[in-house]
Design a protein around this ligand. Structure first.
Ligand SMILES: Cc1ncc(COP(=O)(O)O)c(C=O)c1O
Length: 407
């Protein structure tokens, strides 16, 4: 690591208070970033500022506190839009990726799916981008088609082409896999789906913290992501939808703030995005998410990308050199999942935890993908900008300990 990168890392880490939490009396080695990320001080401060200085509700009051909350909340929406290359009225604020995908599966699905229609998802999807489509297809009499992947964990584009025909109304695919760490060629996939008239939803839960996101360049129709995986608060998320697609979509949940006029037996709904935001939103969370995206933009993007790529390569090389370890697929970014021969992933994670190393073990909400890759379960290490060589090396050293315990 050159001196600049080392001083950048030290400065980045100094802003993240949770990194100072000891685990079993050891330094925290946090490698569970794909599950959730740690917030930097400016993000925590933004959330706290809402509690202390912006206590009003949004979209309803005319008093000073309500108007201040409203301005901050809508300002946050505009900030989030700017970071995604979108317009503010295309940003629907949700509780996370799961809610964003359910919104599309249910609201868009109700209006656009029927008997004989098909939805395509890939074989590497998180349950959040699979089960909502299973349910929507079952409800609407549509068929769910699964686009196969190769052993590297990449979507097989030739096989995908064979699945795409005029019956396909929507294709839903992850941008960055939460298990195999592969990056899908979204623009190429979207062009194929659009050629048969299908809409394209991208699950960006893992991509947002690691890849530059420009929804227009990606060429999709919907982009779903979560705040807490991108160094923001839990309970926040975004559904970006192209303006014309949102305009034609019926509401999802019904209640206050999504209506233009209500009579005793019927209601008229507001335009997007308000039509999709019934009830009081997570005001402090949304403001925190905007702060997280702003704060990420203060870090040199190229330096962060190079740092993460180098760490990822170190992790892959270290695992490849560790006897008894099998890496799932051919990871390209941020995430590496692996098995340790003869040791259950939960046992691996428990021993790592004793060494202060936090990783995820199990199926990572991707049961069909594990079956496809012939793994009963796996251990997942996932990186963030605040990880360093010391974290990767601590994981590799702790794996030696696993081998000793199970020798
Ligand atoms: C690829 C992917 N999609 C969707 C989700 C669901 O995100 P959330 O739990 O924030 O709704 C996750 C979370 O792990 C994920 O990794």
């Amino acid at each position: 690591m050159h001196a600049d990168a080392r001083s950048d890392l030290a400065a980045w880490r100094a802003e993240v208070p949770a990194l100072a939490l000891p685990v079993h009396g050891r330094r925290l080695v946090y490698l569970d970033n794909a599950a959730t990320t740690l917030m930097a001080r400016p993000v925590i401060d933004a959330v706290a500022r809402v509690a202390t200085h912006l206590p009003g509700n949004v979209h309803r009051g005319v008093h000073a506190l309500a108007e201040a909350a409203d301005a901050a909340f809508e300002g946050a929406r505009a900030t989030i839009a700017r970071h995604l290359g979108a317009r503010p009225d295309e940003i629907v604020l949700t509780s996370g990726t799961t809610a964003a995908i359910n919104l599309v599966a249910q609201a868009w699905g109700r209006a656009n799916l029927g008997p004989g229609d098909a939805v395509v998802v890939s074989a590497l999807e998180h349950h959040a981008n699979l089960v909502p489509w299973q349910a929507a297809c079952a409800e609407r009499g549509a068929t769910l088609r699964i686009a196969p992947i190769d052993d590297a964990g990449r979507i097989d584009l030739v096989a995908l082409d064979a699945l795409l025909d005029a019956r396909v109304k929507l294709l839903a695919v992850a941008h960055l896999s939460n298990v195999v760490g592969t990056v899908a060629p979204i623009a190429a996939i979207a062009a194929r789906a659009h050629a048969v008239g299908a809409r394209v939803l991208v699950d960006g839960a893992q991509a947002l913290p690691h890849l530059p996101i420009d929804v227009a360049a990606l060429g999709c129709d919907f982009y779903a992501c979560s705040g807490h995986k991108a160094y923001g608060p839990t309970g926040t998320g975004v559904l970006w939808g192209r303006a014309d697609v949102l305009a034609a979509m019926p509401p999802w949940q019904h209640g206050g703030e999504m209506v233009a006029a209500v009579e005793a037996t019927r209601a008229r709904y507001r335009e997007a995005p308000a039509r999709f935001e019934a009830g009081t939103p997570n005001i402090s969370g949304v403001i925190g998410l905007a702060a997280a995206l702003d704060h990420a933009a203060t870090r040199d993007r190229a330096a962060v990308a190079a740092h993460e790529a180098r760490l990822h390569a170190r992790l892959r090389a270290g695992l490849a050199a560790t006897p008894g370890v099998r890496v799932l697929g051919a990871p390209e970014a941020a995430v590496v999942s692996f098995e340790v021969a003869g040791v259950h992933p939960h046992d691996v994670a428990t021993i790592l935890d004793q060494e202060g190393v936090c990783v995820r073990s199990g199926l990572h909400c991707a049961e069909p993908l594990h079956a496809r890759l012939g793994a009963a379960a796996s251990v997942r290490a996932s990186l963030a900008y605040y990880n360093g060589d010391d974290d990767v090396d601590a994981l590799l050293a702790a794996l030696t300990r696993v081998r000793e315990v199970f020798a």
